[in-house]
Each structure stands twice: as C-alpha cells, then as structure tokens.
Write a protein that binds this ligand. Structure first.
Ligand SMILES: NC(=O)c1ccc[n+]([C@@H]2O[C@H](COP(=O)([O-])OP(=O)(O)OC[C@H]3O[C@@H](n4cnc5c(N)ncnc54)[C@H](O)[C@@H]3O)[C@@H](O)[C@H]2O)c1
Ligand SMILES: [Fe+2]
Length: 385
C-alpha cells in the first residue's frame, strides 16, 4: 500500500499539518454540495488557513462521477494554480479528485487516461473518506463513467494514482444515512470476499490477510453500525475494515460481482454499493461448488460457520449469512427497481463477460453464467436451501 494512513476518531484535526508537510501554498478542497455544508468541510478550510495555506473549494461533481466533470475540474485546477487536492467524500469525490489530479499533470482528457499507463504522477492528493465502503482512499483506481460510450472506465496506475495520504476519521460517518451505511458496507464486504476468493495467481498471502480480517470486522460491526449509527466502536471498525478491504483488492482484484454490478449500475443508474448487494450472494453461489473451502473460511470469519460441519455446509452457511445480512439491512432487491427490464439481460451479460474483472474471478465465467445470475437475482431465487 503506497498511501500513508492516518486513522482514529478525531484524526481530521491533523489535516493542517499534513497538508503543510507538502510545502504547498495553494490547495483545493474537493467535496460535494452536501458535504460542503458539514463541520468537516469547515474544519478543513479553517485548519489550512491557520497553516498559512490558501484553500479554494470545488463542488462540481455528482455521485458516480462522469468524465466531463473531471475535465472541467482539472481545468479549474490549472486556471487557479492548485498544487494539492484534499478530497472530502465517498468514492465519488475521491475518484473524481484522482482523475482531476492526473488530468492536470498529464495534460490529457479523462477518456485518454482509460486503459493506459499514466506517465506522470497526479497532483498530491489527501483523501478524507466520509463513507465506509469503497476503500478508494488507498486504491490507485478511479471509476469514472464514459458518457460517450456509456460504461464505467476503471482508470488505474499504481505509481501515478495512489493517494499520498488517507485521513480516515470514523467521526465523519456520524451523518451517514442508514441506507448508505448498508450499501457502502456491503461494497466493502464484496471487496474483501472477492479479493479472498480471486483466481489463483491473483490472490496471495498478503491480500488474504487483509481480506480475511476485513471480512471478520465487517461481520462484527456492519449490522451494529446500521442499528446504532452513532456507535463509535462500530464506526471505527467499519472505517478501518473498508480501508483494509480496499488494500486487499488492490493487492489481488475484485471479480464477477463487480463486473456485473458496474454494467447494471451504469445501465439503470443504481449506486455502486446497492448494485453489488444485488449480486453478491448469487456470484458466491456460482463460484462455490468445487471451491467450498474458501467459502467455509468466509463463514468462519463472519461467525457463521458451525463447528463440525464440513466445508460444503459451511460454504453454504456463508452465502445464507450474506443473503440474510443484505435483507436485514433493507437493501432493495433487483426487481424493486422499476427501470429494470429483463429484455436487457442478454446484452448486459455479454458486456460483463468482457470485463477484465471477469478474468480474475475464482471460476471461469461466461455470458451465459451472467445471464442466469441476472435472472436468479431478478426472480429473488432463494439460495442454498
Ligand atoms: N476507486 C475505487 O477503488 C472504488 C472502489 C469501489 C467503488 N468506487 C466508486 O465509488 C463510488 C461510490 O462511492 P460511495 O459508495 O462512497 O458513495 P458516493 O461517494 O457516491 O456518495 C453517495 C452519497 O452519499 C453522500 N455522503 C457521503 N458521505 C456522507 C456522510 N458522511 N454523511 C452524509 N452523506 C454522505 C454523498 O453526498 C452522496 O450523495 C462509485 O462511483 C464507485 O464506482 C471506487
Ligand atoms: Fe466496489
């Protein structure tokens, strides 16, 4: 992990000295139109000012960021001589900030950064996550929608796109609505499960260590965080676990859940965490036969395994646990979205099968498999009964 990590309740206090250590005089706070009204945004501006750093504020962005906004933001940075960006927000703000910071230093458009090595390191970037989900604060990935071709670009480069510092203050989760605690939390769980069950040659002991502990921590704290959104212990555990799950998947990869969720998300405008929740149990059940030991281990980490039961039974218990958790968190089902049309499934299955993430899935997966996963999720087919 190339990002310096600052963690702990109240650690946002250190933001002034952190930015000062980069020796810059002009920074930009990039955040969204809600978060800019919160005490955290005011505190960042005040701390930077107190450290003698000019701080402009930029809020031209939307959830699930788009390429043209990134280009516009980069132009703003260039016109104002911005030397460093502080990103305050969820994955959307952090990803747009990464893209803007890389566009500035590379002199390319957002679309030109897709699917290529990014030659120059982005502007210094400090990420301050306000959701416990994406792990974007420690990943070198920016997921940006290509508005021309209507797909999510995964812009990535380990050298050029790793944030310099992640300031992970669980206190910022206090204002997070329950439905975002739920969907972002399942995104983090998906990162950890997909990293741990990634294809051989992709996963490794380091990604396993991070993923397994993250699964355990999310199993212990996600429901608690949702039940009691101001529980500081649960908030702290979720914040750290989502960062660890991000670190796990950049050392391995995500798989078929993300491949299909990105296609479905961009087609129907379903937020990333919700889209993952729709398919996580179904992809686990697709992968499980022949791979029971991995899913039994997931069950153990989640506290769902039964002593004495074999791997097959415990693997199924992991899937039932995840299915139950998603239901308890009141995340909508696929068929609850009125815009979903089964006539689109064949095309979406094709597109998901061509995603690079499909290559790193534990089991080889084809368009036909995605089609049946889409249909099962739509019909709310019960698993592992
Ligand atoms: N770069 C990566 O490694 C990576 C990994 C996974 C997902 N993603 C991307 O991240 C994006 C999703 O990010 P997200 O799930 O964090 O949500 P988000 O950033 O899209 O935010 C969703 C909403 O939550 C609000 N919000 C955020 N924090 C809040 C808080 N503390 N209190 C109240 N409201 C708050 C925002 O204002 C916004 O309206 C997607 O575009 C996805 O593709 C990136
Ligand atoms: Fe994700």
């Amino acid at each position: 992990m190339r990002t310096k990590l600052v963690t702990g309740y109240g650690c946002l206090e250190k933001i002034g000295e952190i930015v000062q250590s980069f020796g810059v005089s002009k920074a930009m706070l990039c955040t969204d139109s809600f978060l800019v009204t919160t005490p955290a945004a005011a505190a960042i501006q005040q701390k930077l000012k107190a450290s003698g750093i000019e701080c402009l504020v930029y809020t031209q962005l939307q959830p699930e960021p788009i390429d043209t906004d990134c280009d516009a933001g980069a132009l703003f940075c260039r016109e104002h001589g911005i030397e460093l960006i502080v990103a305050l927000g969820g994955g959307s703000v952090m990803d747009q900030s990464k893209a803007m910071a890389a566009i500035v230093t590379n002199g390319k458009s957002c679309r030109e950064l897709d699917d290529t090595v990014i030659p120059r390191r982005m502007l210094p970037l400090i990420c301050v996550p306000t959701t416990a989900g994406t792990g974007s604060e420690v990943t070198y990935v920016a997921v940006i929608t290509n508005t021309e071709k209507k797909y999510k670009m995964t812009i990535m480069d380990a050298d050029s796109l790793s944030p310099n510092v992640a300031v992970c203050d669980p206190a910022l989760l206090t204002t997070l609505p329950k439905k975002l605690i739920a969907s972002c939390g399942v995104d983090a769980l998906t990162h950890a499960i997909e990293a741990y069950t990634a294809a051989d040659g992709v996963k490794n002991p380091i990604s396993d260590a991070l993923a397994l502990r993250a699964i355990e921590m999310i199993g212990q704290s996600l429901k608690q965080c949702w039940d009691s959104p101001t529980d500081q212990q649960a908030q702290s555990t979720m914040m750290l676990a989502s960062t660890m799950a991000g670190a796990a998947f950049i050392n391995a990869d995500v798989g078929a859940v993300h491949a299909i969720a990105e296609v479905v998300g961009v087609t129907y405008h379903i937020p990333h965490g919700v889209a993952n929740s729709l398919f996580l149990p179904y992809v686990m059940e697709f992968n499980r036969p022949g791979n029971d030991a991995y899913y039994a281990r997931v069950a153990e980490q989640l506290g769902a395994a039964r002593v004495g039961a074999g791997d097959e039974e415990n693997g199924k218990r992991a899937i039932r646990f995840v299915e139950g958790l998603i239901t308890q968190l009141e995340i909508p089902a696929f068929s609850d979205f009125a815009q979903v049309d089964p006539a689109d499934f064949r095309d979406m299955a094709q597109r998901a099968s061509k995603s690079a993430m499909s290559q790193d899935n534990r089991k080889e997966i084809h368009a036909e498999d995605y089609l049946s996963i889409l249909q099962s999720a739509y019909q709310k087919k019960r698993l592992c009964q």
